[in-house]
Ligand binder design. Structure first.
Ligand code: HEC
Length: 203
């Protein structure tokens, strides 16, 4: 092989390298997805009743607008979810305390006040009435919201499950807690797809 031959080989290698580089740059330019200026979802009407008694609470999860979500919740599904609770709680009128306290009428009931049940000091440290908001948080992660509670239940991750459960649990009462009015702001349109300006995703 003479040096001319070597030159050709070197040239070919270099050419390939440059070609690969250029393709990389060009495809970056083509596929770059602009970030939306605003987040696609804005949660309206999030109540900001600060419950500073629960410092370790997973505060990031937005509270739903109960006036909107409760009327459309699926109480039949909620009843299904409640079978998990019924391993430890009786939820019928006048029922007994079991591993956990009787839960008839628990929404609106002051915390840790069911007669004859021996609460943990953690739970009994506070007698604020149970609201939809507080139960929504507590049932996601009992230990995070009431550190030291003896309710050994991991929690329900799904917000919808908790909403369905609360809608059903609300009916298990002589005096069902009133559903708050929906937030004043424009009605949410949950069906609407946020797809308008989204460029096709690569991947
Ligand atoms: C493994 C048993 C167990 C399961 C399952 C369980 N709990 Fe409990 N729950 C308890 C115990 C025990 C307590 C008392 C906690 C304390 O004193 O710290 C309690 C307390 C509570 C309280 C506070 C009651 C009051 O009088 O203040 C509520 C509300 C509650 N549970 C709801 C639920 C719901 C809803 C579910 C189902 C999603 C559930 N629990 C599942 C055992 C359980």
């Amino acid at each position: 092989m003479d040096s001319f031959e070597w030159n050709k080989i070197a040239g070919a290698v270099l050419g390939t390298l440059i070609f690969v580089l250029v393709i990389g740059i060009v495809s970056d330019a083509i596929y770059e997805v602009p970030k939306p200026a605003k987040p696609a979802y804005i949660v309206e009407g999030v109540a900001t009743t600060a419950t500073s008694a629960t410092p370790a609470a997973p505060a990031e999860e937005p509270l739903p607008d109960f006036g909107t979500v409760l009327p459309t919740a699926d109480t039949a599904k909620g009843q299904q979810v409640a079978t998990q609770c019924e391993q430890c709680h009786d939820i019928s009128k006048g029922g007994p305390n079991k591993i956990g306290p009787e839960l008839w009428g628990v929404i609106g009931r002051p915390r840790a006040t069911e007669a004859g049940f021996s609460y943990s000091t953690a739970m009994a440290s506070n007698h604020d009435p149970w609201t939809f908001e507080k139960l929504f948080r507590y049932l996601k992660s009992p230990q995070a919201v009431v550190p030291g509670t003896k309710m050994s239940f991991a929690g329900l991750r799904s917000a919808q499950q908790r909403i369905d459960l609360l809608a059903w649990l609300r009916t298990k009462s002589d005096n069902p807690a009133p559903i708050p009015p929906p937030a004043q702001s424009k009605p949410q349109a949950p069906q609407q797809q946020p797809a308008q300006n989204t460029p096709p995703k690569k991947q």
